[in-house]
Design a protein around this ligand. Structure first.
Ligand code: BV8
Length: 228
């Protein structure tokens, strides 16, 4: 059985990573949509770097939870039959042991150079405009997909959705596209669809089944049921 799993901020909530809804979508009073855009970066790069430098530094204070661990276990069991795509830019899936998670919106622990376009693993601040390790120019930006930008590897995601027998959405409000449209795509290509979320998402009516509760409980139970 080929399974596609989509995760959002809700899967990291129990690890202490604030969700977008938690903060009512606000950061220091700014609407996230106003900080996480190329226009905002052109207008006030220092403010945008402070936003991401703070989130990158906070990764040191959080740890994977049972939902991340259960998905890593499922990956071990199913191998290529499991395709995990996340909207999250934290590294908790990988720290739980997952090896093949696709970060469609980028990663905090990566920087991309706007001059040479190359990506580099990055753990420090970017707000002091360090030189690009590849080309030496001081033109590094956070390697995240901002509003108005095309998410990473959409072709691979569409191929996985085409081939899916089961699509499972975990901890996402279904408010941001194209991720919010994956359930319709999967259903249209014959997959069964399951939502695991604290409360009904904006797309809950598109799912064959919805289970509501904390991911740290729902996901281990679902994986346990699957692996028997
Ligand atoms: C694009 C990275 C063109 C940066 C992010 C169609 C209609 C309307 C608008 C659009 C549309 N198409 C495009 C748009 C515009 C826009 C968009 O969707 N706007 C919204 C606001 C309406 N989309 C874009 O701009 C996208 N780009 O469309 O390019 C294109 C696309 C494809 C092909 C060709 C061209 C780019 C969007 C990416 C932006 N970057 N993140 C950063 O992180 O700073 S988006 C960011 O916000 C996250 O990555 C995530 O995607 C989204 C937040 O959503 P969630 O993760 O779901 O989190 P949220 O807080 O909202 O909800 C948490 C949920 O968890 C809740 O349901 C809660 O109940 C649940 N929960 C909480 N605790 C728990 C829990 N569940 C279980 N257990 C718990 N303990």
């Amino acid at each position: 059985m080929k399974i596609v799993v989509l995760t959002g901020a809700g899967i990291s909530a129990e690890s202490g990573v604030p969700t977008f809804r938690d903060a009512d979508g606000l950061w220091e009073g700014h609407r996230v949509e106003d900080v996480a855009t190329p226009e905002a970066y052109d207008a006030q790069p220092l403010a945008v770097h402070r936003f991401y430098d703070a989130r990158r530094a906070a990764l040191g204070d959080v740890h994977p939870n049972p939902a991340h661990v259960a998905l890593a276990r499922l990956e071990d069991a199913l191998g290529d039959d499991l395709f995990v795509v996340t909207q999250n830019i934290d590294d908790l899936h990988e720290r739980a042991g997952s090896k093949r998670v696709l970060h469609m919106h980028g990663e905090l622990l990566s920087a991309v150079c706007r001059s040479c376009r190359q990506r580099s693993e990055w753990t420090e601040d970017l707000g002091d405009f360090p030189p690009c390790p590849r080309c030496g120019l001081t033109d590094l930006r956070p390697d995240v997909v901002w509003f108005g930008e095309i998410p990473y590897e959409m072709d691979r995601i569409h191929d996985a959705l085409d081939a899916a027998d089961l699509f499972v959405s975990i901890g996402t409000s279904g408010a941001v596209y194209p991720a919010a449209g994956f359930v319709m795509h999967a259903a249209a290509t014959g997959a069964r669809t399951l939502e695991l979320n604290l409360q009904p998402s904006e797309g809950t009516s598109f799912f064959d089944e919805s289970r509501h509760g904390p991911a740290g409980v729902l996901v281990p139970a679902w994986v346990g049921g699957l692996l028997g």
